[in-house]
Design a protein around this ligand. Structure first.
Ligand SMILES: Nc1ncnc2c1ncn2[C@@H]1O[C@H](COP(=O)(O)OP(=O)(O)OP(=O)(O)O)[C@@H](O)[C@H]1O
Length: 412
């Protein structure tokens, strides 16, 4: 609209100058003088009105009507909108209320003027930030699923390297804070937060459904590529919602793999990331399998444990999937369940076995052996029996273990 106003103003200005020029060149007869004056005044008034419209951004009733209709349609269709910076600044109390921080920037809580609660992600970093911003927009702007966090809109200020993504606010934060034991001893001994078993199982189903939708039900396959507890948010009913599409990739339906540089989070990365053969939706399946095992154990799958005194401590590498695999084959799967859940006594053994077996199927070395996310949903919902998974070489365990021993020998 503003461009049209500018053109309008330029044309009027040009006519005004032309009238003055003609008057000078042709000399002023009385009649010409009268007509010219009327024309000049009307053109001048039109010019003033146009400038006023331009600066005060006055819109006609028809334009207003169309804008309302359009924003209503966007709203019911769930399409993301363009937020003004001032709107976001007011909603977040000038970016005071920080609720999280990730690799690409900070997340702030806010309330819009209509009362809706939002989370605003401020993406910093110029190159990485730019890529992450557009990835996120392209991947989830038009897809909708109950178990995907809704992107409400974005804000881009020309010439500024900060970009903002606006999401619906998910009340209970990320899964990791409800799953992993805190390092703080007091909290460990006290009645710390710990997600109950039925909720953990439900979250497993929720995330599986979100991934099945992204992989199988969208026009292009959407690979999330950063599945981990930090990117699973829990709402008031502790239902799981997948978020953070910053490194996601689109893939044509007929493509079986795509080549890309290694990104994502260590401990959740499938072996094919390192082999250079390309990744696929099965790389998400692998990360999802890792999350399933963490839901069972209530601890990180891979960690380095420091033992001994401060100065002479040694490092030991802990690989939970390897232990789970052994215990399951020995028929002692309940020994790997988060002991806080065992104390509470609300664990269902049949469900534990299902999660463990599905988890081990998902983390198979060869992508083609892993199940599709559609099959995972069917297995979790009991529509398909879960068979015993084959043995795995636990490639990632080996490679991280080698890294740790290299660091240990370097330090000693
Ligand atoms: N929509 C939301 N509602 C509520 N809290 C959110 C929302 N989005 C993000 N958060 C909070 O902000 C934290 C940081 O989110 P963010 O996606 O930036 O980082 P991350 O996933 O931890 O890191 P990275 O982006 O490097 O993978 C989350 O762990 C979560 O606690």
């Amino acid at each position: 609209m503003k461009i049209v106003h500018t053109i309008y103003a330029v044309v009027i200005l040009f006519l005004l100058l032309l009238m003055i020029l003609l008057r000078i060149l042709l000399g002023a007869s009385k009649a010409f003088f009268l007509i010219a004056n009327i024309e000049v005044s009307s053109i001048f008034s039109a010019f003033i009105i146009s400038i006023l419209q331009f600066t005060l951004n006055i819109i006609t009733p028809r334009e207003q009507e169309l804008q309302l209709e359009y924003s209503y349609l966007r709203h019911i269709a769930g399409l993301p909108k363009n937020f003004r910076y001032e709107e976001l600044s007011a909603a977040t109390n000038n970016f005071q209320n920080q609720i999280g921080r990730g690799g690409s920037g900070s997340v702030f809580r806010g309330v819009l003027s209509d009362g809706s609660q939002i989370a605003v992600k401020r993406i910093e970093g110029e190159v990485r930030g730019e890529r992450e911003f557009w990835n996120e927009l392209v991947a989830i702007a038009t897809v909708q699923h109950f178990n995907l966090v809704r992107l409400l809109g974005c804000c881009l200020i020309p010439g500024d390297h900060l970009r903002y993504l606006v999401y619906e606010f998910i009340e209970n934060g990320s899964l990791d804070s409800w799953l992993f034991k805190k390092n703080n001893r007091e909290e460990q001994e006290g009645d710390e937060v710990c997600l109950a078993w039925p909720l953990r199982y439900q979250v497993a189903v929720d995330v599986a459904k979100a991934l099945a939708y992204l992989h199988h039900d969208c026009r292009l396959k959407i690979l999330h590529l950063d599945i981990k507890p930090e990117n699973i948010l829990l709402d008031t009913d502790f239902r799981g919602h997948l978020t953070d599409f910053g490194i996601s990739r689109l893939m044509k339906r007929e493509e079986t793999s795509v080549l890309t540089t290694v990104r994502g989070t260590r401990g959740y990365l499938a072996p094919e990331w390192f082999f250079g053969d390309g990744i696929s939706e099965k790389s998400d399946v692998y990360s999802y399998g890792m999350v399933l095992l963490e839901l069972v154990g209530g601890q990180r799958n891979m960690k380095v444990i420091h033992e001994g005194e401060e100065n002479i401590s040694t490092m030991r590498f802990f690989c939970f999937p390897r232990i789970v695999n052994e215990k399951m084959r020995e028929g002692k799967v309940m020994e790997v369940v988060d002991e806080r859940l065992v104390r509470r006594g609300d664990v269902v053994e049949k469900e534990v076995k299902a999660l463990v077996c599905i988890g081990l199927w998902c983390i198979q070395e060869r992508p083609e052996v892993r199940p599709s996310m559609e099959l995972v949903v069917d297995m979790l919902e009991g529509h398909v029996d879960v068979s015993m998974p084959p043995e795995t070489r636990m490639f990632m365990d080996g490679s991280i273990r080698e890294e740790v021993s290299a660091i240990t020998s370097f330090n000693s």
